[in-house]
Design a protein around this ligand. Structure first.
Ligand SMILES: *[C@@H]1O[C@H](CO)[C@@H](O)[C@H](O)[C@H]1NC(C)=O
Ligand SMILES: *[C@@H]1O[C@H](CO)[C@@H](O)[C@H](O)[C@H]1NC(C)=O
Ligand SMILES: *[C@@H]1O[C@H](CO)[C@@H](O)[C@H](O)[C@H]1NC(C)=O
Length: 399
């Protein structure tokens, strides 16, 4: 028997997915659901593992000290202080014999903290992780180890779970995550007593927006003297959320606003519903402009942008955009995107299968972009190219 495809069923076949998609977009205008989609803090990959037992991620006894930070608005953040292996080895006996391990009710009493605070040459990475999961998820534990690989007796790492992640209280928002980052920075500067010249900010994915936002807020606060960190390393960043929604694929497959990206006015309208905007591009530009206004010799910013070509979550064109905003801000008359891309093609260092790198120096600082061929979205964090960028950001390539 032969059935006609009725006009009606064709109409349904076309309309049903469109309606479903429209419903999906409508759901995303609900702030609670939109926050879940952006921050993925409901996705908890820690399973039954205990974030106060870092040995479960392969760390040595007392190599990691879990502790709590308290934000000015009353939230409790869970943090890890990770000792670099070389330093650990120098103090292994004492660390192993320390009577307590696990969550430190008062971290100042722990040897690990004293090794950080009392070494005038200690270097510290403040670590801002990506969306979803916790301190112990995915490639994060490996990346803590990787970040200190360039100076394994000097580079400490302190990572936090933002509010709403892991065992931290509260729920995330753009302003709240900045406050969490400021809380960690205040701890490092005041409690641990590490000057900003010995601190590098590291962020991956949404953590790149958090680190740039932190650096921006501390460099542009009119009430206080600017705080300028030794450097910033951002891995797999995005230019801003509006640009990201047009390109981001949830779970690497479902394009969030990809289907409407062909209708610019609709896309612009939908973007007005976005609560968290994270304008890293503008913040980086403002940070660089602020650095240029600060009197005195010497570099005031050192920013490295790293991205993998095979990053299916956030395409590496975002790094091109970020780099452009930075270079444009550092050149007096600005530069067009296309013009900069041409310049980059001529001046970039070719690294063969390792990709390529470009650098832009101005009187007040340095900006780098490095695109590697392989590294995906997360795995890249644990790679030597990132360890090397961190050592550079400390300005101590020859330690
Ligand atoms: C933490 O320990 C230090 C050193 O023993 C002590 O001076 C400080 O008062 C303690 N802090 C708290 C909040 O108990
Ligand atoms: C995530 O899982 C850990 C370990 O099971 C648990 O302690 C924590 O409360 C969970 N966090 C959230 C936000 O559900
Ligand atoms: C580039 O720099 C120029 C000159 O400072 C400025 O007017 C323009 O807004 C900048 N463009 C972007 C995209 O930041």
């Amino acid at each position: 028997m032969y059935h006609h495809l009725s006009l009606k069923s064709v109409a349904y076949a076309v309309a049903a997915p469109t309606l479903l998609y429209a419903a999906f977009l409508a759901l995303l205008t609900i702030p609670y659901l939109q926050n879940q989609a952006i921050y993925l803090h409901g996705v908890n990959q820690t399973g039954s593992l205990d974030l106060n037992v870092p040995e479960q991620w392969g760390f040595l006894r007392n190599q990691v000290t879990p502790f709590h930070l308290h934000t000015p608005d009353g939230e409790t953040l869970h943090a890890w202080h990770i000792l670099p292996l070389g330093l650990y080895q120098q103090h292994e006996d004492r660390l192993v014999q320390e009577p307590s391990s696990g969550l430190a009710p008062n971290i100042t009493q722990r040897l690990s903290f004293q090794l950080l605070r009392d070494d005038p040459d200690a270097l510290l990475v403040l670590y801002f992780h990506g969306a979803g999961g916790s301190l112990g998820s995915g490639w994060r534990p490996q990346s803590y180890r990787g970040l200190s690989a360039g100076a394994p007796d000097k580079i400490h790492v302190v990572a936090i779970d933002y509010r709403g992640y892991g065992t931290s209280t509260g729920s995330p928002s753009e302003a709240a995550l900045l406050l969490d980052a400021q809380t960690l920075a205040a701890w490092a500067l005041n409690d641990a007593g590490i000057p900003p010249s010995r601190i590098v900010l590291f962020g991956q994915s949404i953590g790149t927006a958090v680190s740039l936002s932190l650096a921006h807020s501390l460099a542009t606060d009119d009430e206080k003297d600017p705080v300028l960190f030794s450097g910033i390393v951002v891995v797999a960043p995005f230019a801003d959320v509006a640009t990201l929604t047009a390109t981001y694929r949830v779970g690497q497959t479902i394009p969030l606003l990809g289907p409407v990206a062909r209708f610019p006015r609709l896309l612009t309208w939908l973007n007005t519903w976005i609560i968290s905007k994270w304008p890293s591009n503008v913040r980086l530009a403002e940070l660089i402009r602020a650095c240029q206004r600060i009197p005195g010799e010497g570099p005031k910013y050192d920013v490295t942008i790293i991205h993998a070509e095979d990053d299916y979550d956030i395409p590496w064109v975002h790094s091109d955009m970020l780099y452009w905003y930075g270079v444009n801000a550092s050149s007096p008359s600005g530069i067009a995107y296309g013009e900069l891309e041409k310049e980059k093609a001529d001046s970039r260092v070719e690294l063969g299968d390792g990709g390529w790198a470009v650098i832009s120096r101005s009187a007040s600082g340095v900006l780098r972009e490095q695109i590697i061929k392989y590294g995906l979205h997360d795995r890249i964090m644990s790679y030597p190219v990132v360890s090397q960028a961190v050592v550079r950001a400390f300005g101590r390539e020859k330690i």
